[in-house]
Design a protein around this ligand. Structure first.
Ligand code: OSB
Ligand code: MG
Length: 374
């Protein structure tokens, strides 16, 4: 093994990108991606990672201003505490004294990995064990302001573009009717799933009735109907429904994934590298899913091309058996930070260049805030 690169600088770069259309979920509406990037400078290469936090703590307790603070005051100092030569493999151990803040730590880990792999001339996907050079793409459809007609229009245009499966956001009051309409319009052959982002209360009979009705629609899965800690409720309803329950917010590390699978709460895993704290933990979860033959797919957090490159690299591993929320750049932004990811025959190509294989375009960062933290 060559010696690890010396981290000469760490910078936090914040840039706002407007979304091509507002994205409404059960927890709120996003009009832009307030992206936080971590850049590490080493003698031979720079490395980039994207922190996938939302601006407000509404998907999980993490949020972008908090991530800036914990990176600057805790994670970066912890990473450099034993010296500036830091290998990607040592990052989880160096950061182990800090609890939580998975999205912030993942961004730092990916940035170090990117710099190290670029220095060595190795692509991330190859290094992780890729078995495919392109990954099937699904698309996550928000709750439209224009109701069912707009939902049907959006689904039709995503299908025209070639997306291989549709995921509709649901919330109490926006569930059975719109999903029935989609099923009726596009037929039983449409690969369709829903994501509730924890909006349903298992103790509310009306909520359970709505979920029971969704169970009749031949969905591929129901994602995270209940609050993250309600593993027993997910297991109880998973036994009653024919539709698989997929967990997202509930799964923050490999032990939780194993417990959720063993308890019957989780038949499908949505893996998000940020939510679980980085690439090492993602690989541990991948091993659990392969071992237990649990289908998994790569989720998304409206990432720019930086985060998307890491997602697509992960999705190229053998256990990722379902299309992910790995959509093309154009589904989110009129201009991405990197060269755009494009949809080819319903798939995204896995970058093969060194490290992430993509980097921010300098012109796209001209208006960004830069803060040097080490
Ligand atoms: O629950 O999967 C989610 C976006 C932000 C926060 C949570 C979620 C999402 C998405 C979008 O569904 C997925 C994507 O990046 O396309
Ligand atoms: Mg989700």
């Amino acid at each position: 093994m060559s010696s690890p690169p010396k981290i000469e600088s760490v910078e936090l770069v914040r840039v706002r990108l407007p979304l091509v259309r507002p994205f409404r979920t059960s927890f709120g509406v996003q009009h832009e991606r307030d992206a936080l990037l971590v850049r590490v400078g080493t003698p031979d290469a720079e490395g980039w990672g994207e922190c996938v936090t939302t601006a407000a703590p509404v998907y999980s307790p993490e949020y972008t201003d908090g991530a800036v603070q914990v990176l600057r005051d805790h994670l970066v100092p912890a990473m450099l505490a034993e010296g500036r030569a830091v290998s990607w493999a040592s990052v989880p151990r160096l950061l182990s004294a800090v609890r939580g803040h998975h999205m912030a730590r993942a961004a730092l880990e990916v940035a170090v990995a990117d710099a190290e792999l670029r220095t060595g001339g190795v692509g991330l996907a190859e290094r992780l064990g890729a078995v495919r050079d392109r990954v099937p793409a699904g698309v996550s459809v928000g709750i439209p302001d224009g109701g069912i007609p707009e939902l049907l229009e959006q689904v039709a245009s995503y299908l025209d573009e070639g997306y291989l499966r549709i995921k509709c956001k649901v919330t109490p009051g926006w569930d059975v009717e719109p999903l029935r309409a989609v099923r009726e319009r596009f037929g039983p052959g449409l690969s369709l799933q829903v994501d509730a982002n924890a909006a349903y209360d298992p103790r509310d009979p009306e909520h359970v009735r709505a979920l029971d009705a969704l169970d009749e629609l031949g969905l591929g899965l129901i994602e995270q109907p209940f609050a993250p800690t309600l593993i027993r409720d997910h297991a109880h309803h998973a036994r009653r429904w024919t539709t698989q329950v997929c967990l997202d917010e509930s799964l923050e590390d490999a032990l939780q994934v194993r417990d959720a699978i063993e308890s019957g709460a989780c038949g499908v895993v949505n893996l998000k590298l940020g939510r679980v704290g980085g690439l090492h933990e993602s690989l541990a979860i991948h091993r659990v899913c392969v071992e237990t033959e649990t289908p998994m797919w790569c989720g998304g957090m409206l990432e720019t091309g930086i985060g998307r490159a890491a997602n697509v690299a992960l999705a190229s591993l053998p256990g990722f058996t379902l299309p992910g929320d790995t959509s093309a750049s154009a589904r989110y932004f009129s201009e991405d930070l990197t060269d755009p990811f494009v949809l080819e025959d319903g798939h995204l190509r896995v970058p093969t260049g060194p490290g992430l294989g993509v980097a921010p375009r300098p012109d796209m960062l001209s208006g960004a805030d830069h803060e040097r933290v080490a």
